[in-house]
Design a protein around this ligand. Structure first.
Ligand code: G6P
Length: 369
């Protein structure tokens, strides 16, 4: 096992560090940034179904559901196709409206999640085209779907999902860009700009990982907190949910993810000097509004850990700690903002002596209801 961990203390840390490589592997053969080409057999062969879709329905569970939420923002923005994201477990039992003109995307790392599988079978029975985004090659879901695209993350052993999440977002973004190009919903120059920024993401993830020691220091300061709040907006609202989930899963600290603007409708009541609040506040996207949220937290003596874009000055002045990510396009920020949140939960869990790779009560793949 020590050999399999490749010198890392835990599989989770190894998998966090594998992300630049995993994203690159997910691009491989699909994205030719210089030529301005995205090739994905499962999408290309069914392109008419995608571009003529009335609606895209995304079904998934857990972390994969969070990747689906990021994809909702990405797809709607780039392709103008309406998207709905559903917990597979709810979808399967609520007599949902599904038509032959719907495209259903099922996201699953393991490809074995029982609820997701049931949702797929239901969608197929209603005549929808079902596309799978799985990591495990030859898994049940990858076989049951009409077509699909694998995330080439490699085996993920840690129960808490890390590289599967970022590669799911990568695949879904590639699909959205391909459809946007085909539909003409983005200009040629925008398309090229996205591709070249995508191409730069693995190196920027690598750069983001350099903040590990700084994140570790922050982890040490807040490791004894009993509650955490995670806030983000837009593309980074699902990242806030995912950050909170990671912390809950492996450190057993109660954490809630919230859209930053919803804070005033509830969570603000919880804020006092004991409460660390992780705020994703990249300069792109609702920046001033998030800054004013941070001020509200500050005035209630909450502790602020902000994930900001390189060179940010305003937030540095008010936050207790900032963690920087490199500059990128707003739509691609989740691939970078996720990284420090993974590291924060990892270090806190280690410091609390938790079983990071196999947290209590959780399973890597949930094959029963
Ligand atoms: C379990 C795992 C999570 C995962 C979820 C969905 O709860 O512990 O990490 O996100 O199942 O799994 P899937 O394999 O369908 O992505």
């Amino acid at each position: 096992e020590q050999i399999e961990k490749g010198g890392y203390d835990h599989f989770m840390l190894k998998e966090i560090y594998e992300q630049p490589r995993a994203i690159l592997d997910t691009f491989r053969g699909r994205m030719l940034a210089n030529e301005g080409i995205i090739r994905m057999a499962g999408v290309d062969d069914n392109i008419e179904k995608f571009v003529n879709a009335n609606r895209i329905l995304i079904v998934a569970c857990g972390t994969s559901w969070h990747a689906g939420l990021v994809a909702e923002y990405v797809f709607e923005n780039l392709t103008r196709i309406p998207v709905e994201v559903e917990y597979a477990s709810e979808f399967r039992y609520r007599n949902p409206i599904i038509t032959e003109n719907d495209v259903v995307i099922a996201i699953s790392q393991s490809g074995e999640t029982a609820d997701t599988m049931a949702a797929i079978k239901l969608a197929k029975s209603k005549g929808a085209f079902v596309f799978g985004v799985c990591n495990v090659v030859g898994s049940s879901i990858s076989r049951e779907t009409d077509a699909g695209a694998y995330t080439h993350a490699g085996p993920e052993i840690g129960v808490a999902s890390t590289k599967a999440f970022t590669t799911q977002i990568t695949v879904l973004t590639l699909i959205a860009l391909k459809l946007a190009q085909k539909k003409g919903t983005i200009s040629k120059s925008e398309f090229h700009q996205y591709l070249s920024e995508m191409d730069a993401i693995p190196a920027k993830v690598e750069k983001t990982l350099e903040s590990a020691n700084h994140v570790k220091t922050i982890a040490d300061i807040y490791k004894d907190a009993t509650n955490f709040l995670y806030l983000g907006r837009g593309y980074n609202f699902p990242v806030a949910l995912e950050g909170a989930l990671k912390l809950k899963e492996i450190s057993y600290i109660h954490a809630e993810g919230y859209p930053a603007a919803e804070m005033k409708h509830g969570p603000i009541a919880l804020i006092d000097e004991q409460m660390p609040v992780v705020v994703i506040a990249t300069r792109k996207g609702h920046y001033e509004k998030v800054v004013s949220n941070i001020q509200e937290i500050k005035s209630r003596k909450g502790k602020i850990i902000a994930v900001v874009m390189q060179g940010d000055k305003s937030i540095k002045k008010i936050a207790d700690y900032v963690i920087e990510i490199p500059e990128t396009l707003e739509l691609l920020t989740p691939l970078l903002t996720t990284i420090p949140l993974q590291l924060l939960s990892y270090y806190i869990a280690v410091m609390r002596d938790c079983n990071v790779d196999q947290p209590r009560n959780l399973a890597k793949s949930v094959t029963v209801e």
